[in-house]
Design a protein around this ligand. Structure first.
Ligand SMILES: Nc1ncnc2c1ncn2[C@@H]1O[C@H](COP(=O)(O)OP(=O)(O)OP(=O)(O)O)[C@@H](O)[C@H]1O
Length: 194
């Protein structure tokens, strides 16, 4: 899997607030970054820039390989059974039904395949959003608070999925307030600016 994500002196201005500036890092295949900082420091904004969803206010971003971003609004159709909701994205992402099945197994939600997403608990919804990223086969995973609402077994599954993705040459960027196993990750600590 060819993957690279590099920020070169990137700045992020939202409204009239400068969230960060001069931010540089480079992740190669198998690399990971752990993004920390208080609420509002700009973690989600940084991931949006990394995904190409928000332009950097200054600096340059190099992204090689597709990116998958899970934010708070993981857009799985709530009316559809999980397998169908994931299948919709799989088609767009160029993934196969086998990829979807493997992702359901990875997050241990294969038993929910025929259950409409609107009936899911918070943690099940989160696991489904992670399964969507896994199934999509993007090289760069941008995970915003992926551990939120997950039970201990699901946190372990997430850690295994991230490790397997990196072992296959993928890149993982995680924003989190909770400890998550991400060995050898670059730490990017964003602070609050006046
Ligand atoms: N569209 C927007 N226009 C202007 N300001 C915005 C916009 N979206 C977010 N912001 C502001 O940018 C700041 C950073 O938000 P962001 O979501 O990146 O923070 P975060 O570090 O991910 O926070 P949290 O830990 O709460 O998830 C916040 O002050 C937020 O209000």
């Amino acid at each position: 899997m060819a993957a690279r994500l590099a920020f070169d002196r990137v700045a992020c201005l939202r409204g009239d607030r400068l969230l960060f500036e001069g931010l540089s890092f480079a992740l190669e295949a198998g690399g990971a970054a752990l993004l920390t900082g208080p609420n509002g420091a700009g973690k989600s904004s940084l991931m949006r820039i990394a995904a190409g969803l928000l332009p950097a206010s200054a600096g340059a971003v190099v992204r090689e390989g597709g990116a998958a971003f899970t934010g708070e609004t993981a857009a799985l159709d709530p009316r559809l059974p999980l397998a169908q909701a994931l299948g919709f994205w799989a088609k767009l992402d160029g993934a196969s039904p086998t990829d979807v099945d493997a992702a359901l197994d990875r997050m241990a939600i294969a038993n929910l395949a025929q259950v409409p997403v609107r009936l899911f608990s918070t943690g099940q919804r989160k696991r489904a959003a992670i399964a969507r990223v896994i199934a999509g086969r993007a090289a760069i995973w941008l995970l915003d608070e992926p551990g939120n609402g997950l039970d201990a077994a699901s946190v372990d599954r997430l850690a295994e999925a991230m490790a397997a993705h990196r072992a296959a040459g993928g890149i993982v960027v995680v924003a989190t307030h909770q400890p998550l196993a991400l060995p050898g990750a670059v730490e990017i600590a964003l602070g609050m600016r006046a």
